[in-house]
Every structure is written in C-alpha cells, then in structure tokens.
Design a protein around this ligand. Structure first.
Ligand code: A2P
Length: 270
C-alpha cells in the first residue's frame, strides 16, 4: 500500500494514475487492471477525457470496496455555466457508477464563469457528492481572486508540474494556504527523459529517469499523476517510496527548470 496524505477529513494516496489521453477501451482496461495490481488506488479522470464510463466499468469489476478507491473527475470548460455544472456532474457520477467522487475539480480558470462554477462545487461538497473540491490550472493570481469569494477554499490545485516546470511561487502559495498540489504530466509528457542530469541521478539511485522525476514531485510536496498504458512503466511509476533524493541532488534538479509547458498555459487568462 502506498502512503497517503491528509485531505480535509479524508486522505489521498500520494501517487495517482493519470488517465488523460487514454481513450481506447482495451488500453484503459489493461492499464487500469495493471495499475490496481501494482497498488494504485487513486484514479484521475475528467469529463473531457471521455473515459469516465470506461473507468467506472473497470473499477466496478475490481474486488475492492468504494472506500478503498480515490476517484477524481473535473468539470469541463464547456460545462461551467451554473446549471450545467450540476447537471454534467450528475452525469459524471452515472458514468463512474458511484454515488460520490473523492475529489471534484474545476478543470480551468474560465474567465467570467469560474466564480459561479465554484459556488456550485461548494454546494456539491455540502451535499456530500464530493468529499473534497478543488481547481486545476489555477495560478496564484486566480487563487487569490478565488479567496475573496470562496466560502470553502480549494483542497487541491492540479497543475502541470515537473522538473522542467517547477513553479516555486505557486508551490509556496499553495503551501501557505493549505492547498495540496497535484502534478499532472509529471514526466513532461515523456519529453526530456533522456536528460544527462536525470541519467546520472538514475544511475546513482539505481532508478530510472522517470522515477527521479516522480520522486522530485513528492519531495517538493506534490502528488504526481503519471500516465502510462505500459504495464512495466505503470509498476515503475509507483515504485518511488524506497529512496530519497539528497538535498544536494534536489538543488541539482532545480537547475533543470526552464518554464517548459507541454500543455495549457493559464498564466495570461484574465
Ligand atoms: P506510455 O503511456 O506509452 O507508457 P505524463 O504523465 O507526464 O503526461 O507522461 C506520459 C508519457 O510518458 C506517455 O507517453 C507515457 O507512455 C510515458 N511514460 C509513462 N511512464 C513512463 C516511464 N516510466 N518511462 C518512460 N516513459 C513513460
């Protein structure tokens, strides 16, 4: 069993299985089964990924009780109007074949609509259909703005985070506010795994470059959500709890930061 962190009144496993771009039923079934076998209990989907129903079906077949699983989904940008947030979420619950999600996120800081959408998430939380609520792709500026109108602060901010996009100010602000940071694309989408510094550290710790990248996430206090459809990699990506990068090696890894985004850039979103 992998370690968990506290999240409000419940806990969150410290590595999640990312399902972005897993659209094929065979790939999804095979990879989720491999993930469950490897010990993953935390699954991260979204309305826009188009795989909630597939995930719901495969998890139903697993020999686990609902409270052994941690399921996250996210409200898509096109569903941010107040009535649609609730309606689309009800559909997500049907797709996932569950009465609640462990974590519900707003997928993006949509201009003009995010305040109303957050108020609906607060009501979903109060109704017990989400155990925690949070946001994704929010910058410090978006979080500060949310703080002015929120009754409940987000439990989580899920952002792109990896050694090539280290976002120290965002990490610091989230820490101050008690917001857990989740790292999506923690492997920078597979770009940069052949870096020399990573290779040296991989050799030193008898791990792979991917494991060094994921361990870096843990040590900056984030929860990585690696995606893979390859069984050996799925096993490898959760096998990161038996070593610790030294402070000097963490400093060496700081030098890899180059503000490289492989995905959405929310920094200029008003
Ligand atoms: P695949 O799914 O074919 O195994 P990220 O999570 O940062 O978005 O990265 C996902 C990409 O990284 C996918 O292309 C995935 O390939 C690849 N990947 C996942 N785990 C590993 C690993 N341990 N070693 C090398 N590549 C990996």
């Amino acid at each position: 069993m992998i370690p968990s962190s506290k999240l409000g009144t419940h806990t969150i496993p410290q590595v999640g299985f990312g399902l972005w771009q897993v659209k094929d039923q065979t790939d999804l079934d095979r990879s989720v089964i491999a993930a469950l076998d490897a010990g993953y209990r935390h699954f991260d989907t979204a309305q826009i990924y188009g795989n909630e129903a597939m995930l719901g079906t495969v998890l139903q077949k697993a020999d686990l009780t609902r409270d052994e699983l941690f399921i996250t989904t996210k409200i898509s940008v096109q569903n941010f109007r107040k009535p649609t947030v609730r309606k689309s979420f009800e559909q997500s619950l049907i797709n996932l074949q569950t009465e609640y999600v462990d974590l519900l996120l707003l997928h993006f800081p949509v201009t003009g609509l995010r305040k109303g959408a957050w108020q609906v998430l607060e009501s979903i939380l109060a109704d017990g259909q989400a155990r925690s609520i949070g946001v994704s792709n929010y910058t410090v500026r978006h979080l500060k703005q949310l703080k002015k109108y929120a009754t409940v602060m987000p439990a989580v901010n899920q952002v792109e985070l990896h050694v090539y996009l280290q976002q120290p100010e965002l990490l610091e602000y989230c820490k101050q506010e008690g917001i857990v940071v989740e790292a999506y694309s923690p492997l920078a989408h597979g770009k940069g795994l052949d870096d020399e510094t990573l290779a040296k550290l991989a050799k030193k710790y008898s791990k792979t470059p991917a494991q060094i990248m994921l361990r870096w996430c843990l040590q900056v206090g984030a929860i990585p959500l690696p995606k893979s459809v390859t069984p050996e990699r799925i096993v490898q990506n959760i096998d990161i709890f038996d070593f610790k990068l030294s402070a000097a090696d963490m400093t060496t890894l700081s030098s890899l930061d180059k503000n490289m985004r492989t995905c959405w850039d929310p920094t200029r979103v008003p």
